[in-house]
Write a protein that binds this ligand. Structure first.
Ligand code: PEP
Ligand code: MN
Length: 369
């Protein structure tokens, strides 16, 4: 194949960058590049190495870095744009950056960026998201929307809806974990159930995972990336830097392009369960068993609430308060101990028992009326 023809094939497959097209062809999306664009040399070197990874379908680089404290590296801003454009032209890879306000969007559109993403801090602010949405009106560019810093599904969906309402059709969400304040191995708690909840509410929306900002450290990236694949997510955004230890932001979580290639090679991509369910008779049988276990649990919960109402009526007759701290502590401790023996986690048991107790109290309050 001549260089010219080969170039055309690459160009035709890479451009225009389309999330929907990648999803339709069952291609995992892999966006890779440094947390921040630091210099021409840093970006071009990283891009050249990433070009050697066939699975990479777009180059990321943060130009405007939202930092928690002032006087940290806040990105090269507009100065870095020509370096990203040069990398795009030289390596024929689409380029994508984070936008936080209308002026960022305008600069990126002017310079033919192939996609944009809205970061976690910006998604938390509807005014900023609306400003970005307004700047995108009448434009055709793929947009990725990260989850907000905190576990607020409505806020995440709200940001997606604002971008949809601006007329953008090619949208994906990025799951980057949540700041919960709880002690965790990760920089941000994954709360995978939030990504599942988003998929349930917006089934057509592709979701990719950002293991870098979830993990916060290199050694945890592979397991987070694998879990995203196991949950049938549509790909990953992973921070990669030609010299991660010298990175000006997020050094602990960035990996070299070589390490990224190893990581991607190790990921097991599984078949989509809903497509293959017909070939799995055992699964159908076991699911029936799960169905009947769930039926029993629901019947039992109904019985438990009836019993709570009987107790509520009794308390009313005797003029007794509904809530007893002593009894609640006893329930928590005894059920947690039994639950742990049954292989359940404390986190699950706590959530379950709190919901159960709140529901019992609701039933008793109704009886007291
Ligand atoms: C980033 O991708 O570099 C970034 C700042 O991410 P987030 O918005 O998820 O913190
Ligand atoms: Mn980062």
């Amino acid at each position: 194949m001549s260089d010219e023809v080969e170039g055309c094939v690459l160009l035709c497959t890479m451009f225009p960058f389309s999330i929907q097209q990648l999803v339709k062809t069952n291609t995992s999306i892999l966006i890779a590049g440094p947390c921040g664009v630091e210099s021409r040399e840093q970006f071009l070197t990283t891009a050249q190495e990433l070009k050697g990874i066939p699975q990479v379908n777009a180059l990321r680089g943060g130009l405007w870095k939202p930092r928690t404290r002032p006087n940290s590296f806040e990105g090269m801003g507009e100065l870095g744009i020509p370096w990203m454009v040069e990398a795009k032209e030289q390596f024929q890879l689409p380029i994508i950056t984070e936008v936080a306000k209308a002026s960022h969007v305008e600069l990126c559109l002017k310079n033919n960026f192939d996609a944009l993403w809205i970061g976690a801090r910006t998604v938390a602010n509807p005014f900023s998201v609306q400003e970005i949405a307004d700047a995108l009106k009448g434009v055709n560019i793929p947009i990725f929307i990260k989850n907000p810093m905190h576990a607020d599904l409505a806020l995440w969906m709200g940001a997606i809806e604002r971008i949809q309402n601006a007329g953008i059709a090619d949208i994906a969400a990025i799951h980057r974990g949540f700041a919960t304040g709880a002690p965790t191995l990760y920089r941000n708690q994954p709360l995978w159930e939030m990504a599942i909840a988003l998929k349930t509410e917006m089934p057509e929306l592709p979701i990719i995972c950002d293991p870098s900002h979830i993990a916060g450290r290199r050694d945890l990236l592979a397991q987070v990336a694998q879990k995203a694949a196991d949950l049938n997510m549509n790909g990953w955004m992973i921070e990669s830097h030609c010299n991660p230890d010298a990175a000006l932001s997020d050094a602990a979580q960035q990996i070299t392009p070589g390490a990224l290639q190893d990581l991607i090679n190790q990921i097991t991509i599984r078949d989509t369960i809903d497509v293959h369910i017909q070939d799995c008779p055992e699964l159908k049988k076991w699911r029936k068993e799960i169905d009947s276990i769930d039926d029993e649990i629901i019947q039992l919960l109904g019985q438990r609430m009836k019993m709570a109402e009987t107790i509520g009526a009794y308390k009313k007759e005797k003029n007794l308060t509904i809530f007893s701290l002593h009894r609640w502590k006893e329930i928590l401790e005894s059920r947690q101990a039994k639950g742990e023996q049954a292989g359940l986690t404390i986190r699950f048991l706590k959530t379950y028992l709190e919901a159960l107790h709140a529901e019992s109290i609701r039933h008793q309050v109704d009886i007291m009326k």
